[in-house]
Write a protein that binds this ligand. Structure first.
Ligand SMILES: Nc1ncnc2c1ncn2[C@@H]1O[C@H](COP(=O)(O)OP(=O)(O)OP(=O)(O)O)[C@@H](O)[C@H]1O
Ligand SMILES: [Mg+2]
Length: 366
């Protein structure tokens, strides 16, 4: 099964699409087969970042014409091993998808014959975005070193964690009612995180509550700081990590620090990923480091594929049962992985920043 890698942000315009395009190409250049998918259904532009003309049918066609297979939408790019599934932003009605349609798309994406399927998501915290983000336990959240971006990323993670929990309880169940009550109140500063609430629910509702707790514990979002400015960046990044830990019980780890690079807007204007145009530019080198890091990690299966209740996940098709099973094993695998990485947590962003600064053009990268 392909490894799904969603890229979200909360705040718009922080670099999701350019990161998706360049990360996809960097992974392809490491020898992986990669599909970049434009899931910003309201405002698709990933094709522009990859230099593909907007002529082919995209995901909108799949939503409207159920007979079409997702693999029929695979579009060639100019780059070896890199494919695109465009978004069809111009088709009305695709911006708000039913959960069943999203689940079908995610199931089919995970079955694509690729190593990585990169999902370029829209901005904001709508359920469309959040549900696609939850296709992996380790989605990427892009932030810029500014407080609004950090706070929007936190709100996004909060919505995602809340959605993950509520999806585990059937409509009108007592557990769902308690969660809605939690959602109505303020979490911040109460000393009781979403994780604490999930632990309590798991005790009271051993079935659904335990699944919810397991899924929340497996969630391990990764952050990329883009357009690094210098002094104070690490402090802002750690603010995100600390508030997510305190209020949600989530461990957010930084996996990349990308410098502001004037060559990047130029590359967008030329409709060519910067990694192809100038692989040694500061941004390209940062992206290639992220690609090498992600490629070097043990591959985990997609998770968070739950239906409106735990039991309905595997009900539809055989493949979907495998999807759900993989989610369960990903949950326990990720917890162990989290333990193993803990010692690095306090220094990792500072280390990434120092690496980005010191990265000379001659330093070899894969
Ligand atoms: N590291 C960087 N250095 C310089 N410019 C950058 C950098 N990252 C992004 N940009 C510029 O910021 C602009 C917005 O980037 P992009 O379209 O990828 O954002 P987005 O998060 O996908 O936006 P949206 O939320 O609208 O989908 C682009 O024109 C891009 O060139
Ligand atoms: Mg975008």
């Amino acid at each position: 099964m392909a490894f799904l890698l969603p890229i979200a942000s909360g705040k718009g315009g922080v670099g999701k699409s350019v990161i998706a395009a360049n990360l996809a190409l960097a992974l392809a250049r490491l020898g992986r087969t990669v599909v970049a998918v434009d899931l910003d259904l309201g405002a698709s532009n990933l094709h522009t970042c990859l230099g593909v003309r907007n002529r082919q049918p995209g995901l909108g066609a799949l939503v409207w014409r159920a007979e079409r297979n997702l693999s029929d939408l695979l579009t060639e790019t100019a780059y070896e091993r890199l494919w695109l599934i465009p978004g069809d932003g111009l088709l009305p009605g695709t911006a708000n998808l039913e959960w069943a349609a999203k689940r079908r798309i995610l199931r089919d994406l995970a079955r694509l014959p690729a190593d990585f399927v990169i999902l370029d998501l829209g901005a904001g915290s709508s359920y469309n975005v959040v549900d696609f983000f939850l296709a992996s336990t380790e989605g990427l959240v892009v932030v810029r070193p500014e407080i609004t971006s950090i706070l929007n990323a936190y709100s996004f993670l909060k919505t995602a964690a809340f959605r993950l929990l509520t999806r585990c309880f059937p409509d009108k169940s007592p557990g769902r009612a308690e969660l809605l009550e939690l959602g109505r109140g303020k979490t911040e500063g109460r000393g009781r995180s979403f994780l604490d609430a999930a632990r309590e629910l798991a005790e009271r509702f051993p079935g659904e509550g335990s699944v919810a707790l397991e899924r929340l514990q497996a969630l391990r979002p990764r952050a990329i700081m883009n357009q690094g400015l210098g002094k104070g960046d690490a402090e802002l990044g750690y603010r995100l990590r600390d508030i997510a830990k305190q209020n949600l019980g989530l461990e957010v780890a930084f996996t990349g620090y990308l410098l502001d690079d004037p060559a990047l807007p130029q590359s967008v204007a030329l409709r060519t990923p910067l990694v192809a145009l100038d692989p040694a530019s500061p941004f390209s080198r940062g992206i290639r480091a992220v690609a090498a890091r992600i490629d070097g990690e043990p591959r985990r299966a997609p998770a968070g594929s739950g239906g409106s209740r735990p039991g309905d996940v595997g009900a539809a098709a055989g493949g979907e049962a495998a999807f759900a099973g993989a989610a369960a094993s990903a949950a326990s695998g990720s917890a162990a992985h989290l333990e193993a990485e803990k010692p690095d947590q306090d220094t990792v962003l500072e280390r990434l920043i120092a690496e980005a600064r010191n990265r000379g053009a001659e330093e070899p990268l894969p």
